[in-house]
Design a binder for this molecule. Structure first.
Ligand code: FSO
Ligand code: SF4
Length: 542
């Protein structure tokens, strides 16, 4: 196997024997083949569009779901991945029969094979099948960005919102990663275009979320526990949470969020459920201890599964793109009501969650809420009460080196405000960093996709301050990344013209030295150093 798509990749270069995430070689091979088949069908849909043939939403949804399935920690089930490959190959053959000109199609668009042939084929089509390291690097950078975009599209799709332009781009770009005639410069241009669609994808999801559940508002979230049994919901899918909340009414079972589901509490629509008790635990990587002490069933709606311990494996359920061998999967297509009765029934026989924390955390600072506070914020900036905003969005992870972010947050001068989104917040959202004239020093916009809010806020501030360039704002970017959704957020920020982003705890292994140089030279991308050095660099030493 060879996989280097996430920040925790072995030796900062690539997982070759088994994934640090727990992905086994046979699963890695099937993921490679699924990506290959998805690129193949994308070449077919792209050519069909050129011939004026419309592509059905179901095909677009299949492609996004395929990509989402291969995101780090989303799906460890070989069986589920094989089923997706087979479904994709047969849909591709149907589409091929509608195509007039097949001459320009790449091999991936024409290939089909039986399950017995999958292993051999997978071995020939993995990441390393592109020999030139710069072309490989750019192809993978684009592919990972598209994986992130697919997740955000999928979340919008389940709320019945589609954007054909985004789907058409996604498929055109996937097909382009198979095209040997494209130069490194062509692929760099495509990388930036991916960022443009990243902005569009996050805007689509933001609109889907806020039009369905209302605008996030300042909210105090309980981090303690109640006395009744509970169900813990993790991942990012708000529609799954909504269905579960509805189905648990009157059941005597409470519902808690975990990790990236925490921001659900900020939406007005979820506040009406009396059994929506609070948030349990921290970022995804602490789940082994936290799922054990939770005692009740856990529903993983998206990525961020850590291979479960035997002590709670029979309480772990997956749905959507997520999957784990031996764990029950709750099915349900877009527009269908999923049946969570098995989870609710199991919860009734479980002990209530064990208390691991007490108190409250505050969040809900998405764009609408922050813009409502714009006057106060502008006054605070003009008076010097707020010297700088520090965007510390992104991901948390297992590596010890990530303690840098806690130390950095603690060491920031008191006249700075952290803007955050994604699970990176768990490194500092319980530190009680105080407030500046009533404005909390940690403003949490929401999930990783709500990084969109941070961009909207920055663009609004640029307008209010009458600035020409987004980089003239008193905002610095010190972002942490882990998996592919962070890649699309990064590309989106680059597309918006944000420069000098610091990215850590390590730069992506999939950036070849030449591609890294392009990012450094054109965008001022940099890694992280020591807290002390970086504070100085940012002009924040007291
Ligand atoms: Fe991932 Fe990062 Fe959103 Fe976390 S981008 S790791 S669990 O912030 O969540 O999906
Ligand atoms: Fe390794 Fe990350 Fe790939 Fe898992 S997703 S195999 S940890 S690079």
């Amino acid at each position: 196997m060879f996989c280097y798509q996430c920040q925790e990749t072995a030796g900062c270069s690539g997982c070759t024997r088994v994934g640090v995430c727990g992905k086994q070689p046979d699963v890695a091979a099937m993921q490679d083949l699924l990506v290959y088949a998805t690129k193949g069908i994308s070449a077919v849909t792209t050519t069909l569009r050129q011939e004026g043939v419309a592509i059905q939403p179901a095909v677009n949804h299949m492609i996004t779901l395929n990509l989402f399935t291969t995101i780090t920690n989303a799906n460890f089930s070989k069986e589920a991945i094989i089923a997706r490959i087979q479904e994709t190959l047969s849909e591709k053959d149907l589409l091929l029969s509608k195509l007039t000109n097949k001459d320009t199609l790449p091999e991936a668009a024409l290939w089909n094979g039986s399950v017995e042939e999958f292993d051999t084929k997978a071995a020939a089509v993995g990441v390393l099948s592109t020999e030139n390291e710069d072309i490989r690097s750019l192809r993978e950078l684009i592919t990972y960005g598209l994986k992130g975009l697919s997740a955000y599209s999928k979340h919008a799709n389940v709320l019945l919102q589609d954007n054909e332009e985004i789907d058409a781009f996604m498929q055109r770009a996937l097909a382009a990663t198979l095209d040997d005639s494209l130069s490194a410069d062509d692929l760099i241009a495509l990388t930036l275009e991916t960022g443009k669609y990243g902005v569009d994808g996050m805007a689509l999801l933001d609109n889907a979320n806020t039009s369905t559940y209302g605008n996030p508002e300042i909210t105090k979230v309980n981090i303690g526990v109640g006395t009744r049994p509970g169900i813990l919901v993790s991942g990012h899918d708000l529609r799954d949470l909504e269905m579960l909340l509805k189905q648990t009414q009157g059941s005597g079972v409470d519902v808690y969020t975990h990790s990236e589901m925490l921001p659900a509490h900020y939406y007005p629509a979820f506040k009406k459920y009396p059994n929506f008790v609070g948030n349990y635990g921290n970022a995804w990587w602490k789940q082994k201890e936290e799922f054990e002490s939770f005692h009740g069933p856990i529903l993983m709606t998206t990525n961020c599964i850590v291979p479960p311990k035997g002590s709670y494996k029979d309480r772990l359920y997956t749905t959507g793109a997520a999957g784990y061998p031996g764990c029950k999967h709750i099915s349900g297509e877009i527009g269908e009501e999923k049946d969570f009765s098995a989870i609710i029934e199991q919860a009734k026989h479980c002990a209530p969650p064990e208390e691991i924390e007490r108190g409250e955390i505050i969040g809900g600072f998405a764009h609408n809420q922050v813009l409502a506070l714009a006057d106060d914020i502008v006054t605070a900036v003009k008076s010097g009460a707020i010297r700088k905003f520090v965007v510390m969005a992104g991901c948390d992870g297992r590596m010890k080196s990530r303690n840098y972010y806690t130390d950095f947050a603690k060491a920031l001068p008191k006249d700075t405000v952290i803007l955050t989104a994604g699970c990176a917040k768990y490194k500092y959202n319980k530190l009680n960093l105080g407030d500046i004239g009533g404005i909390p020093r940690v403003l949490d916009a929401g999930q990783c996709n709500d990084s969109y809010s941070l961009a909207v806020i920055a663009l609004k501030l640029k307008e209010v301050f009458g600035l020409e360039d987004i980089n003239e704002l008193p905002i610095i970017y010190n972002i942490s990344w882990y998996e592919q959704k962070a890649v699309i957020v990064l590309l989106a920020l680059l597309y918006l013209g944000v420069k000098n982003i610091h990215l850590g705890p390590t730069l992506p292994a999939f950036l070849s030295p030449n591609v890294a140089k392009v990012l450094v030279d054109n965008f001022g991308i940099a890694g992280i150093g020591s807290v002390e050095k970086d504070l100085k660099l940012f002009g924040l030493s007291e």
